[in-house]
Design a protein around this ligand. Structure first.
Ligand code: SF4
Length: 254
């Protein structure tokens, strides 16, 4: 049986996943006392303020070959990007955030309203759930890198169009090359299908390792936190996916 620290138990509880505990450690009073700080930690009042500082934006050609750019030039290029129509409706680009040398790369779909406003991926309620999912793995946002398939918000949060993904994909590819993660976690159908270039359903993509061209890191697919908020019964499957990713990473290190 997996042994969870009390902190991991807190976050699993916040994810809505029950963890079996020995009777002596599972009194209602103890659980209630221990849950309070964890729930407070993922409350909307606390923002995880690790957004990468926006550099001074220098003019960059939209035709720039990004495959050799360093982090700063790449970020500048994205901030200036007008390759697709989404630049007209964005508040700002959402480049990505976290540890540029991370083992874990988390890839979502596209910025939503909160992300567009704040310039950081996975903020708002879905971001809080992602934080809880990471904490349950003993990870924080500072331990991983988080990015999206698209760097600009599609209006009304519609699905990304094929031409938008085509125009934007080189940025994520360069981020993957620069980070050199050990494992990639694709969150949701849109991220998974675009990353893996497939129309296969998310249900059939889960539970196995996938491989993509630009990296040797395996890709593991799970649900998007926004979907989990609407379908909490799927949180257990998501937890299985996270444990699968963790065991994959551990098997590489052993
Ligand atoms: S979505 Fe990507 S390609 Fe389109 S304008 Fe934004 S950064 Fe450029």
């Amino acid at each position: 049986m997996t042994n969870f620290t009390s902190r991991q138990q807190d976050y699993l509880a916040a994810m809505g996943i029950d963890v079996w505990l020995p009777r002596e450690s599972a009194s209602a009073e103890n659980i209630e006392q221990e849950r309070q700080p964890a729930i407070a930690e993922i409350a909307p009042t606390e923002s995880v303020a690790i957004a990468e500082a926006q550099p001074q934006v220098e003019p960059v050609s939209p035709d720039t070959d990004v495959s050799t750019l360093n982090w700063e030039s790449l970020q500048t290029c994205v901030a200036e990007c007008r390759r697709c129509d989404l630049h007209q409706s964005r508040t700002q680009t959402v480049f990505g955030v976290g540890n540029r040398h991370a083992d874990w790369l988390i890839i979502g779909e596209a910025p939503g309203a909160d992300e567009d406003r704040q310039g950081e991926p996975f903020v708002g309620r879905a971001g809080q759930l992602l934080n809880a999912m990471l904490q349950a793995l003993d990870l924080s946002r500072q331990d991983v890198y988080i990015a999206n398939i698209l760097k600009c918000r599609p209006p009304q949060n519609r699905d990304p169009k094929a031409d938008e993904v085509a125009h934007c994909s080189s940025y994520l590819q360069r981020q993957i090359q620069l980070i050199q993660p050990k494992v990639i976690l694709a969150l949701g159908r849109i991220a998974a299908q675009n990353l893996l270039q497939t129309n296969t359903t998310l249900g059939r993509l889960r539970g196995r390792l996938h491989h993509i061209e630009m990296t040797s890191a395996p890709v593991i697919v799970t649900y998007h936190p926004a979907y989990l908020l609407r379908s909490p019964l799927e949180k257990r499957k998501s937890w299985e996916d996270l444990l699968f990713a963790k065991s994959t990473l551990e098997s590489m290190d052993s």
